[in-house]
Write a protein that binds this ligand. Sequence first.
Ligand SMILES: Cc1ncc(COP(=O)(O)O)c(C=O)c1O
Length: 380
Amino acid sequence: MFESYNNILNDLEIASHLRSIKNFEHKDGKYIYIDGKKLLNLSSNNYLGFADNEDITEEFLSFAGKKYAFGSASARLLTGTLPVYKELEALISKLFETDATLIFNSGYHANVGINSSLAGIGDVIFSDKLNHASIIDGMQLAKGKFFRYKHNDMENLEMLLKRERNNFKNAVIVSESVFSMDGDIADLVKLTELKKKYNCILVLDEAHAFGVFGEKGLGVCEELQIIKDVDLIVGTFGKAIGSMGAFVTGKKVLIDYLINKARSFIFSTALPPINIAFSKWIIENKLPYTYDDRMAMLNLGRKLGSESHIIPVIVGENDKTLELSNILYKNGYFTLPIRPPTVPQGTSRLRLSLTTDIIDKDLECLKNLIPVYSRRLLKQ
Ligand SMILES: Cc1ncc(COP(=O)(O)O)c(C=O)c1O
């Protein structure tokens, strides 16, 4: 009965595609320990170090005491919602100066809920080809149609809009701001122009930019001062904020619509109150003091040839990517190989992500090791 599954796993292994979960023994700031070996962690989304900082945990727990429970026990629509959820939503709306905000259990839940519900029968979504799997999964669940435009190619998007827009009722354009696997940034100004010209709803996923870009840490839209031109902005609490969950903020009618139609919101137990309180506490008490560190991290990323703190080292073949990852491992660097379907075929890579405690000197040896393998070299 299980033979076909086993065969698939064997095929994955032969193609250097098989995934397994790596076990850490211990984490300590920018370092992780595996098999007694100390490694610089270049695979973390804990960009500001809030997720596993003992001092922060202690400070938060002394503030929180026993006020917040570790379970919510139900979905919010089913049995109502405690004040802390509304407080976090109000905080996000205030920071972004938007009408309304809704918390989801994760960025995955948010993107699946938004994209599956906004495009009903007769509607359409235009999505960047390299958008995250959660956006793709949402579109696949939608009753409407979707088109994927070439990555960050505004001419290709406009060609599709010209050809298709008038065949549909509602139209949505969806893009990440900082692309999770490439570290490049969408042409957000052009996206806002096109959304106005073709009467579309613009949804931007700032998962990797929220907590990193902008003076207040709200993301690339804050930096470009275009928050008001975007209909819905998605941000996650699980990356730079070091917590768990996500929000979508923007036009009230769309938020009310999501409360009624986004099944990943309606049919899932809400995050624990303690977790909501932690996200709110970090955003209010810690994020405002991170500006200089965030800018230093972004500058280091730019020095290494990226537009952000995420640096792709595109190798191409799966086996070569695994080989490079192993060489780096032996030299004290923890980098995970990223392979299809996470990235397109033939573009397997190492995705290096910086955190604010990593400095240039930490990467010296890595810079010497990488160019031999990589088609797209790190800037020397
Ligand atoms: C661009 C993007 N959106 C959404 C998500 C999902 O967020 P979460 O991990 O909170 O489910 C990710 C996660 O990696 C992401 O990279």
